[in-house]
Design a protein around this ligand. Structure first.
Ligand SMILES: [Zn+2]
Length: 686
């Protein structure tokens, strides 16, 4: 760490000045050093593991009687922080590097680090030191006590309470799992398929989109990629021909199939075995123990209740789609298929509600949306963002911003923006932590750094990048995660930023998705890029809301189908029935939402199945909390611009992270116990 200017002399380099200011607050802002060659990636892994081993050796060699909180529990958090930091940065590189060899090296590196991390749980001498410290029956409180309790819980969940041979079996299974999980996700990212269509086959798909570079590839040939989400959605939302929609859906549902179905079978069987050896009835029980929901049965009940509550609405929506299909095809027996619903939902928007999602893009030029969102977040959370030049850029249009407290100018962190698609890049929208916040052993606070990785439509020669309303919601959501990361004040990295229970982590961001549905919010930035005096008319917004509610049953049944599929796989698949993975997944999807074509393998391309592992229910779970939390703003004098509510959010949710029980944090923010009512109302069940 260096500071390059003296405190009383402003530096010409704003980033250096920011770092110097951080030093005045006993905190550290570090510009991450990104590895740019496979060798550098490899060196980082070796260095990280060596440092980690050295740290563990120190714990392992502690003389009996010399164990303290600082030299055992706290030291373990420091070591995890070191390894997590390297792993997070390499995770970002894996998904964003423009060099395929570096991406591959990063994949290997992450595997190596996770395998090493799993192994650290099984160092007997380290465990002995922790046990010796626990034996002193320390009187701890607050964040220290939580760290202590959860460290011991981790050891139990790793199998350290088991006889040696069993413990070793769990270790082996877990190590193999980390490798297979990385492979699964990587297969999803790498999978690609180009479909060629004629103009006639693409009837209904916007001409603007089709004329883009790289899409029109011949006189009457258009090349679309099933693995690029917005290509996929353009077709599913707009193509009049059922065959075209079906081809696209089938192609997407089979991406990664060959590699990932056998792999998923192994992963699920391994997970099941780990859970059984540790004394849990299923992997879902094991995974949910540390989350708000506590066990698989609670998660399933929560989803099943919502599924039933939504049944009448879902049936009515499907019937409306069906009538539309009957009209369009002239076939009185027409049925709504899984490749139809997006199209008819879009048609319904256009015809019944007069909302043309594509036409709304003119109101959302990328830069205006970004600036507008920044203005709002700066205001409600009491912050200041400033654009600075990134010392290193992996792409030429990479942006870097500093975040400070608006009142005190205290530096809080940094975020990068990598916003447009390119070959080999992560193909969804996500926030990536790079450096987590933490109180360093020397007493200074390491401020966080993160990145938003998005895939907005690139600017065209004749017009800027224009976002859909969905994409506007997405950026409000993803940037919420950046706030969660950056505004942390947790002392230990284990509790810092978004390291909250997995079934809560989406809630603050899902709450922020309400913002772009509010007229006052939209009027603060959304305007026709050709004539900024033109705002979105209230009537359009009302229709947009009505049209959203009109398909809420479909939307949530689909979400619930993913959640229930995930729980079914993580409770019902064992070594004896691994072949059922694909049929079971399609069966649940079909029962809860719409039947999948028999020759498809949606689950193979569903990265969340391994990434979240019995955690997808968390989206609906967190949605319910999000709707509840949104009422705090909605009932405040300034609504979604309310600074008091925003500052309460910052202090009770973002700053504390997981350093106290999340249930307490939610109630402190709400000022009352939780309620499911706002959510049921929002989705049209009440
Ligand atoms: Zn999210």
């Amino acid at each position: 760490m260096h500071t390059t200017c003296s405190c009383d002399r402003p530096s010409a380099d704003p980033l250096a000045a920011f770092q110097a200011r951080a030093a005045q607050y006993h905190s550290v802002v570090t510009i991450p050093t990104f590895e740019t060659t496979p060798k550098a990636v490899k060196d980082t892994v070796e260095k990280t593991i060596a440092e980690g081993n050295a740290g563990l050796d120190v714990i392992g060699h502690l003389p009996a009687g010399a164990v303290t909180f600082q030299n055992t529990i706290r030291q373990l958090d420091d070591i995890n922080y070191l390894v997590q930091g390297a792993s997070d940065r390499l995770g970002l590189i894996e998904q964003t590097s423009t060099n395929a060899a570096v991406r591959d090296a990063a994949t290997d590196a992450i595997k190596q680090l996770s395998e090493w991390s799993v192994g650290t749980d099984y160092r007997e001498v380290v465990y002995a030191a922790v046990k010796a410290y626990a034996g002193t029956q320390p009187a701890l409180a607050g964040e220290d006590k939580k760290l202590f309790d959860e460290t011991l819980r981790d050891y139990r969940r790793a199998g350290l309470g088991l006889p040696k041979d069993q413990r070793e079996a769990v270790e082996k299974l877990r190590k193999e799992l980390t490798v297979m999980e990385t492979d699964f996700e990587n297969n999803v990212t790498k999978a690609t398929q180009t479909l060629k269509f004629t103009k006639a086959e693409l009837e209904g798909v916007p001409g603007d989109f089709l004329s883009q570079q790289g899409i029109k590839t011949g006189d009457d040939e258009y090349s679309l990629k099933a693995n690029i989400t917005f290509h996929y959605l353009m077709v599913e939302d707009n193509a009049r021909h059922e065959d075209t929609r079906k081809r696209m859906l089938v192609a997407q549902s089979n991406l990664a199939r060959e590699a990932n179905i056998p792999l998923l079978q192994k992963i699920l069987v391994h997970r099941d075995e780990v859970a059984h050896r540790l004394g849990y009835a299923s992997y879902a029980d094991f995974a949910t123990e540390t989350r708000m929901v506590k066990n698989a049965a609670n998660a399933i009940t929560f989803l099943e209740n919502l599924k039933q509550g939504l049944q009448p609405k879902f049936d009515a929506e499907l019937e409306e789609f069906r009538q539309m299909k009957v009209q369009e095809t002239g076939d009185p027996k027409a049925r709504v298929c899984v490749w139809d619903w997006r199209y008819f939902a879009n048609q319904l928007k256009k015809t019944k509600y007069n909302v043309d999602a594509e036409q709304l893009r003119v109101y959302f030029p990328y830069q205006r949306v970004l600036d507008g969102m920044f203005t709002i977040y700066q205001r409600i959370f009491g912050l200041k963002f400033e654009r600075v030049e990134a010392p290193y850029k992996w792409i030429s249009d990479l942006q870097l911003y500093t975040v400070s407290d608006a009142k005190t100018s205290q530096p809080l962190g940094l975020f990068y923006l990598d916003m447009y698609p390119r070959e080999g890049k992560y193909n969804h929208f996500a926030e990536f932590g790079i450096t987590e916040g933490k109180l360093l052993p020397d007493g200074r606070y390491q401020r966080p750094v993160c990145a938003l990785v998005c895939n907005f439509p690139p600017p065209q020669p004749d017009k800027p990048s224009l976002l859909s309303h969905d994409e506007v919601e997405t950026i409000f959501h993803e940037f919420g995660h950046a706030m969660h990361t950056i505004l942390t004040q947790a002392r230990y990295s284990r509790f810092s930023g978004t390291s909250v229970p997995q079934d809560f982590v989406e809630a603050p961001s899902q709450m922020l998705e309400n913002w772009p549905w509010d007229k006052t919010v939209l009027d603060s930035f959304a305007a026709d890029y050709r004539d900024p005096n033109k705002k979105i008319p209230q009537a359009i917004l009302d229709q947009l809301k009505a049209s959203r509610l009109a398909t809420m049953g479909m939307y949530y049944r689909r979400q619930l189908s993913f959640g229930l599929m995930d729980l079914a796989l993580h409770t019902q698949i064992h070594a004896t029935n691994a072949d059922d993975v694909l049929p079971l997944s399609n069966q649940v999807l079909g029962e809860v939402a719409l039947p999948m074509p028999p020759d498809t393998a949606f689950v193979a391309y569903f990265g969340h199945i391994t990434g979240y592992g019995a955690g997808y229910y968390g989206y609906a779970w967190a949605d319910a909390i999000a709707a509840d939390m949104a009422t705090v703003f909605e009932k405040s004098p300034d609504g979604y611009f309310d600074k008091t509510a925003g500052m309460r959010m910052r202090s009770e949710i973002y700053a504390v992270g997981d350093s106290r029980d999340i249930n307490i944090s939610i109630e402190k923010f709400l000022g009352r116990p939780r309620s499911l009512e706002p959510f049921l109302k929002k989705i049209g069940v009440r």
